[in-house]
Design a protein around this ligand. Sequence first.
Ligand code: MN
Length: 678
Amino acid sequence: MVDPLAEYRKKRDFRATPEPEPAPPARRGNDVFVVHRHEARQLHYDLRLEHDGVLKSWAVPRGFSFDPGDKHLAVRTEDHPLEYEHFHGRIPKGQYGAGTMQIWDRGRYELVKIPSWEEAMERGELKVVLHGRRLRGEWHLVRTRQAKNSWLLFKSKDLYAGHSRASALGIDLDTTPAANVPLTLPPMRWQGEGEKAHDSDFVFEMEFAGLRTLAEKRGEAVALAATDAMPAAIAAGLRALRCHTAVLDGVLVALGSDGRPDPAALAQALAGGTANGLAYYAFDLLQWEEFDLRNHALLERKAGLRTLLSDHAHVQFVDHVAGDGTALLAAIVQAGLPAAIAKRITSPYRSGPDPAWLRLPAANAAAAPIPPPRRQAQNPPTPARWRPSNLEKVYWPAEGYTKGDLLTYYRSIADVLLPHLRDRPLHLNRFPDGIDGKSFYQREVKEGAPPWLRVAPIPHDGASVPHHVVDDLDTLLHVVNLGSIDLHPWLSRVGSLDQPDFAVLDLDPKQAPFVHVVRIARAAGKLLRGIGLRPLLKTSGKSGMHVFVPLQRGYSYDHSKMFLEAVARVLVRELPDIATVERMPDQRDGKVYLDFLQNRRSQTIVPPYSARPVRGASVSAPLFWDELEDDDLTPLRFTIKTMPARVEAVGDLFRKALDDPQDLLPAIALLEDVLRHG
Ligand code: MN
């Protein structure tokens, strides 16, 4: 009897690696899969399928894609013991596979179409259906003739194919509980009415007049909560949802002969008759597959919902506008519709009336002067409280981009940018004549500033210096109109000026090549994840990168600075040829400077999405860590012209800078361990 784990044992020294030593298999099943994200010398993903008491394994350097056209190399590796299903941690230097091993996905799987492993291995072809948090649906593994152990992995064409990056729903479900949401759940409702259609914490949706009802799909079975009826067109639309199980919230609407929502027409449709414009307008997603999404933020639930809807005429997505609902409300007034609903973007789904949802009646809005509906992107933005000037002034001569283009950019990304500016003192760096003209730095709000500006008195050198604080769109556009191209907020907020919200390591290359910045960023991410942190990455918008660690309350600037100094020293030790902590620029020998000194009171760092006063009009772009592996990654890829579409596609990748505060203490202990043992 051959021991299938002989190679696994042979490659490892179990006194030195934390990886599990195989015990005699207690269970022989066929249904667990796990994918490890393995940051070894080369980042790759290890797909492991339980079979016959071991985990059959493949290393996939380029990871998973839901596009069936992407055929990725998968290298068959040695069988791993069943205990590996739960293994994660750092494999120390010098050991086989040294680096960080994280569980990236895990769940059940089934063999399909070729139902026996023996036959599949003989044919060199395996089809599996994965039931994970990221990976879903059928995947295909085919052995190639090119090299020993070389296979191709790709997505089969099914409900889940083709629509998002590296996960089926496109949102992070790592800690989402598995639970069924009952169709009888009372829906969430607005509580209170308002008229403020201008708030970057909110999205604005049209209110639909019709039958408010949850709807569910469980395989081919579909149902509505508020009625036993199920018009055939609605049933077909629900069955077309791109998943097995979903519970949605929305409104069933039918139109009368005047083209407006009509209760009589709806009653007729539900009684089995026909109706015009019968559709279910879905605006929320409560359950996806076995996962209860109600504690996810509204914007995540809506992003997930959007990926499920194919272009079906009878089940439609209720889109929203973010941050500024004035134009939507104006359109609602003009169309004679009743109201808009304002929803707090971070709000979980809670049954019953809730202040996170507000109703904005058209009647209230009609009393106020309504600005004309805006055509975004073509015209410079319409001012509300601030007055634009010199919109035609060319700011980027080589590209011909004007100040009006810059204002249009900031307006279009305001709802993802503003949360990163809120409550922070802001320093201005003004370029009234564009990137090639004179510029000047300004902390203090000048006399004659408009009275509606929020100004915070900040103690500085024994005096109180009034600073700008950008909390809303008008203030943002006001400071941009003053000639700000990039933005310089503090790392801490008014009210807690001595407690930074994040620690930042600035990778500043000066003359060093960008590929060196990428290598150091990769090493920094690996190190920080290896000590239990969840760092974030963005380009600086110039030639460098910023690594962020959001902090829990209670850490001072001294803490964050000392921590990152230690991190920087570990990185310099690891990459001495390309990284330095030398402060004098002329003594850096063309190496990338790891700047941790910005973790200080009254220092600033450009926020994500900030434009930069450099050629190309590039912006600071939050990145997926995996994008470091893209061969064509350059900081100049992200500009005031390309960023809005990226934000539309991927959302705010930096939201976790605000939502995922982390504890430094356990990380410091682990970092000391790294410093001692390497
Ligand atoms: Mn591996």
